[in-house]
Design a protein around this ligand. Sequence first.
Ligand code: ATP
Ligand code: MG
Length: 327
Amino acid sequence: MESLGVGQQEGVIGELSKVTWAVGGGKGGVGKSLVAISLAYWLGRLKRRAILMDGDLGGANLHTMLGMRIPQKNLDDFILKRVDTLDDILLPTSMQGVQLLAGGSEVPALANPNFAQKSRILRAMQNLETDVLLVDLGAGTSLNTLDLFLACPRKLVVMTPQPTSIQNAYGFVKAAFYRRITRALRRTQLKGLFDVSANSDEPIPQSVEEVLEEVSIGAPEALDEVRAAIDDLRLELVVNMARDPKEHKVGDLIREVCKKFLGLDVRVRGTIPYDPGMEKWAKTMDAGALGQDTGSSALRAAYEIAYEMISELEATPTSEQSFRRAA
Ligand SMILES: Nc1ncnc2c1ncn2[C@@H]1O[C@H](COP(=O)(O)OP(=O)(O)OP(=O)(O)O)[C@@H](O)[C@H]1O
Ligand SMILES: [Mg+2]
């Protein structure tokens, strides 16, 4: 049972304006953490300051992948108020310019923080001193995961070309879409729009078009907010571990499926090949060794993604999204 359901809480987790990239996706083991680490690696190499945050509240293990057995400080210290800011728990990594914000594990209950705790974490994330904050999310579509994902202005959905992963990625996109709409409708009589029990004899709207139609009839006062929420969703797919040209096209396939069945525009941000070197690297758990294999096709593809994302940010700076170059 989730601690925060829209029906259970009046408040809603807000959105971050800081340059924050969520790396999520419904399925475990598709490479979310590896993608987040690779992007952080390139941000550091491109002289930007990056913070890698372990957003897997129930199963933090990003530190392990970076070669830390037990992190000296982690999110528990912040949630339990042993420290006041997230800056206080940042750890250096052996990647240039990259710091780690390790997840907690000490208190199992904190895997499912309450609304106040989540709000406090988000506010503190907003205050972190960095150029880019990368949030590596856990698998699944729990409300905590979806809310953290939705709070981030850039949203990457990592998937692999495996049929189960394709299914999960589509499910994740759909869950994020419905969650966002539910939040926009939280103060209206349509707040249970996607609630199966509340709509037992009515079909649940599936697509953008059907949602907008329902809202225009049942909660016209929220129509603008719902439209804005859909426009702001901007989900981006990253296909990881693609092995052949056919698999390199999987992103386009999902994009078309999302358009056809949900009426949702998602973007294919990039495709990362299957690279045995990355698999080997993941086993070494030595962050300092990343990039030593100069022929790594996966790392090269991650560079394209990191570079493109940085270029886009710098081309459209806003007051909050000021993108400072590391000294
Ligand atoms: N591009 C790649 N080429 C080869 N192997 C890869 C690639 N990306 C990921 N892997 C392999 O997949 C494993 C799982 O990756 P990772 O831990 O990043 O997945 P995850 O989605 O974060 O999993 P979880 O949901 O458990 O957090 C890695 O340990 C690595 O062996
Ligand atoms: Mg992971």
